[in-house]
Unconditional design. Structure first.
Length: 115
């Protein structure tokens, strides 16, 4: 059974940084791609950043230049480095792994940015 576990969330002041980590229970090579999503209260879940098995990345316009997604295949981890955080980045952040027609989600980690 695939498990994705996020960590690294917390409370930070505006302008600060956090690094989120997503650890997979098995090899992340089994995923064709992985991504970070977020959901703020009363809003739909949205894509934040995406990385393919080959390392190609794409980002939501709202985070370009501030967030960086990366993967460490040896550690079966995907990271989201978040810099210059804004109050509007406050949300629960989820890791997702794509395998064929299936998507696997972590339980989420809360990020709160105070003004």
């Amino acid at each position: 059974q695939v498990q994705l576990v996020e960590s690294g969330g917390g409370l930070v002041q505006a302008g600060g940084s956090l690094r989120l980590s997503c650890e997979a229970s098995g090899s992340i090579f089994s995923f064709s791609a992985m991504g970070w999503y977020r959901q703020a209260p009363g809003k739909q879940r949205e894509l934040v950043a995406h990385i393919s098995s080959g390392g190609s990345t794409n980002y939501a316009d709202s985070v370009k230049g501030r967030f960086t997604i990366s993967r460490d295949n040896a550690k079966n981890r995907v990271y989201l480095q978040m810099n210059s955080l804004k109050p509007e980045d406050t949300a629960v952040y989820y890791c997702r792994g794509e395998r064929g027609l299936s998507n696997f989600w972590g339980q989420g980690t809360q990020v709160t940015v105070s003004s």
